[in-house]
Design a protein around this ligand. Structure first.
Ligand code: ADP
Ligand code: MG
Length: 237
């Protein structure tokens, strides 16, 4: 589904990602760990083709085709979807308007809004005065209505309480159970691992993929020993 080959990316003048190689197959979920500033969000933004990220070498293949030079819009049409770490507020656009734009099925919109406790929010401007949990639920809501094949989730649990994580985790899990859906998920807390079927994990340090392995084992090691121990480790998965 997604194949990243020898990818190096500059943001501004700085080389942020160095020689990244990753493969995520159809129906596969990969979890990406790494300390703050290691380049995780940069990787997701580079996959989406956002402005400000310059690919200096290597490339990204999605569904067998290179993404090079494709606009964000085209990438979305081909089946990529992102959930932001800090979603933007959009004054003047109601959540229901974007929902109608993303999905023609009104009944589906209403049902999903109800499940995600967003029915009252449909008539409000997107993310304006939403709580942290509401913003993240609204992100999942839009992403699922968009119906991408490859979900890029940037810290879906950050700033979300346990009850809301469970609600979002259940919805995400249901979505990922469908045929042909894959995901790359950045997580710090690891809570999302209780809900989504992640088979693969990787750790990013200083813009490089440090190791590949089982996400649950990796998370336990990070929790007990910290990322500094990763640096000393010569195991590369
Ligand atoms: P993470 O998500 O792992 O916390 P980021 O990918 O957000 O890390 O950032 C990695 C590094 O790249 C940071 O030092 C950040 O300041 C830098 N960076 C990210 N985007 C830009 C940009 N547009 N211009 C300059 N530096 C950037
Ligand atoms: Mg980040």
């Amino acid at each position: 589904m997604l194949s990243i080959k020898n990818l190096s990316v500059k943001a501004g003048k700085n080389l942020i990602l160095q020689n990244i190689n990753l493969d995520i197959g159809k129906n596969e979920v990969m979890v990406l760990f790494g300390p703050n500033g290691s380049g995780k969000s940069t990787l997701l933004r580079s996959i989406m083709g956002f402005n400000g990220y310059q690919i200096v070498s290597g490339g990204i293949i999605f569904k067998g085709r290179p993404l090079k030079n494709l606009s964000v819009e085209t990438r979305v049409k081909q089946g990529l979807g992102i959930m932001y770490q800090s979603p933007p507020k959009i004054r003047g656009v109601k959540l229901s308007q974007i929902a109608d734009f993303l999905c023609p099925d009104k009944a589906k919109i209403c049902k999903l809004a109800e499940i995600l406790a967003l029915t009252q929010h449909l008539s409000r401007d997107i993310n304006v005065d939403f709580s942290g949990g509401e913003m993240k639920r609204a992100e999942i809501f839009q992403l699922i209505l968009q119906n991408p094949d490859m979900l890029l989730l940037d810290e879906p649990e950050s700033g979300v309480d346990l009850e809301n994580i469970s609600l979002m985790g259940g919805v995400l899990n249901g979505f990922l159970q469908q045929e042909g859906k894959s995901a790359l998920i950045i997580t710090h807390t690891g809570y999302i691992l209780d809900y989504v079927p992640a088979e693969k994990g990787c750790i990013m340090l200083d813009g490089k993929i440090w190791c590949l392995g089982s996400p649950k084992e990796m998370f336990e090691n990070i929790r007990s020993k910290g990322y500094e121990k990763c640096r000393e480790c010569t195991f590369r998965g």
